[in-house]
Design a protein around this ligand. Structure first.
Ligand SMILES: C[S@@+](CC[C@H](N)C(=O)[O-])C[C@H]1O[C@@H](n2cnc3c(N)ncnc32)[C@H](O)[C@@H]1O
Length: 500
């Protein structure tokens, strides 16, 4: 199978670089059920993300044959078989080879440029002159994320950091292969970062608009939030995911570059994303998932009796009656049909999230230390009363033993954060893999941080999206991604432009 015909024969090819688990990719690949775009190549260096991308691609190939998920995929989702068994299943072997031919594990950078150039050339080989293709992806952002910047302000090595310049790899691909359109996502911090005394964003913008220096070779940057053909304000490139049906406050810079010849043709075809009337909340997208109790750390101390003892202590500390015990492995699951009826405002989103399996996967709690469970219950109770509690709101006995906690201005006072039922969540970040304090589940009875599936729901990954690797890797991948539900809306605009 040639790289181009993995999707629909007329689909527009997409090259996805720094692909992560494929959030952006999913939006493009799913538009018009795969008839609009087909992913001709994904480039990524992380092993777990590569597995995730390959599994998703295999799933698309198998689904293409019957229109439904293959039973072996469902088994993988439910944890009934491991990845090796999935991969060696007779119905999967060929699909895996086809998928693997498009998913490339490579560390992009000067040293591998020749190899990546050759892979991109192969992926685009079937195109005739003038056929459009799209480049998507965002060069890594850590180096100019807000947190990264303040922590590393005095760090000289920062100025030399290779990640700062990975966008140059992106620029190189634009220069050499001239996509019809590119979509580049990045953190908001890139708008305010200074580099060598100059605003980094302006430099990147100059490069992207004039990659080869000539007027006829230039790209025109479009905003997804305003319609003007010339975007003056950098803030107009900031997309707020919660305005577009995503249950999460996630603000990212997204640049859409249109090649000069197409810009002339499609000047009037550009529309920014629709702003949706209803901002989805945690409760909209998580309330149907089974309740779970947290696990206790260390694992040898984990038992229903020990957990209930801690729960009694926690509820006594807030003078609340003890609610019903929560099972460790999931209680009832609300069927999709029943649930959608109660939430008409998020019908489309829920259909997107829950379209296929009548079950859930990767929804397991992690272990927490007993004192953290009590803190979670306490803070979740305060949040139920409408507070946005901080670590200082904990009674003396529950405060972490850290000297800074008693200071007036507490560093990391947001270290513990309860997500609120009737609001979108705060930004789901890769750091969630380290600890869950920042994503405490709003139900005090569950005393836990959110699961990978809940994080994936907040990021709008469909329930049948499987994340490979251990749990740390799964959280990282989810936190890194562009929300697929948003990505599909972006893909829609790009498609309208290319077919105008
Ligand atoms: C922000 S994530 C991309 C998310 C992706 N666009 C999505 O929507 O799912 C950035 C990714 O770049 C990868 N990465 C970082 N440096 C890289 C390099 N030099 N070559 C290839 N991949 C790299 C990281 O492993 C990470 O998965």
């Amino acid at each position: 199978m040639s790289p181009r015909n993995i999707g629909h024969a007329d689909a527009i090819p997409v090259i996805d670089v720094f692909a992560g688990p494929g959030g952006l990719n999913e939006g493009f690949a799913s538009l018009e059920r795969g008839a609009a775009f087909s992913v001709a190549g994904s480039f990524e260096m992380d092993t777990s993300s590569i597995e995730t991308l390959t599994i998703r691609s295999v799933q698309r190939i198998l689904r293409g044959k019957t229109g439904a998920n293959h039973p072996v995929h469902e088994q993988l989702l439910r944890g009934q078989i491991d990845l090796a068994t999935f991969r060696n299943h007779p119905d999967v072997v060929d699909a895996w080879d086809s998928a693997a031919a498009h998913v490339h594990q490579i560390e992009l950078g000067g040293a591998t440029r020749r190899e990546s150039d050759s892979l991109i050339s192969q992926a685009l080989a079937g195109l005739s002159a003038g056929d459009p293709w799209v480049l998507i992806g965002g060069p890594p952002c850590q180096a100019y994320s807000m947190a990264g910047r303040s922590r590393r302000r005095h760090d000289e090595a920062f100025e030399q950091d290779v990640k700062h310049f990975l966008y140059r790899e992106y620029l190189h691909i634009i220069r050499k292969f001239r996509p019809a359109v590119f979509v580049m996502e990045n953190v908001k911090g890139m708008l305010s970062t200074q580099h060598g005394g100059q605003g980094l964003f302006q430099r990147i913008r100059d490069d992207l608009e004039n990659p080869l220096g000539g007027e006829l070779e230039r790209y025109h940057l479009r905003s997804l939030t305003v319609a003007t053909p010339v975007v003056k304000q950098p803030r107009d490139f900031v997309v707020r995911a919660e305005n577009h049906g995503v249950p999460q406050a996630r603000h990212r810079v997204i640049l859409v570059g249109v090649r000069h010849d197409l810009h002339e043709k499609s000047k009037n075809a550009w529309r920014p994303l629709d702003v949706q009337f209803h901002v989805p909340t945690l409760s909209d997208v998580l309330a149907d998932l089974p309740k779970l109790r947290s696990r206790l750390s260390p694992r040898r101390s984990d038992s229903a009796a020990a957990w209930n003892e801690i729960r009694r202590e926690a509820f006594a500390s807030v003078h609340r009656p003890l609610p019903e015990a929560v099972p460790p492995l999931g209680g009832a699951w609300v069927p999709a049909s029943e649930y959608a009826e109660h939430r008409p405002a998020v019908k489309e989103l829920m259909e997107w999230l829950r379209h296929s399996p009548e079950g859930y996967s990767q929804h397991e709690t992690r272990s927490h230390m007993a004192p953290d469970l009590v803190r979670y219950a306490y803070l979740a109770h305060l949040a139920e009363e409408g507070d946005r509690p901080h670590v200082q709101d904990l009674p003396e006995a529950l405060r972490p033993q850290h000297k800074n906690v008693t200071k007036k201005k507490v560093p990391f006072s947001d270290r513990f954060r309860v997500q609120r039922w009737n609001h979108p969540s705060s930004t789901v970040v890769a750091h969630l893999s380290k600890d869950g304090h920042y994503f405490i589940h709003p139900d005090p009875a569950q005393m836990r941080s959110i699961t990978v599936r809940e994080a994936a729901r907040l990021q709008t990954f469909p329930d049948d999206y499987f994340f490979a690797g251990n749990r740390t890797k799964q959280y990282q991948q989810v936190g890194n991604a562009v929300p697929p539900f948003l990505a599909r809306q972006i893909a829609q605009r790009v498609y309208e432009l290319l077919t105008a």
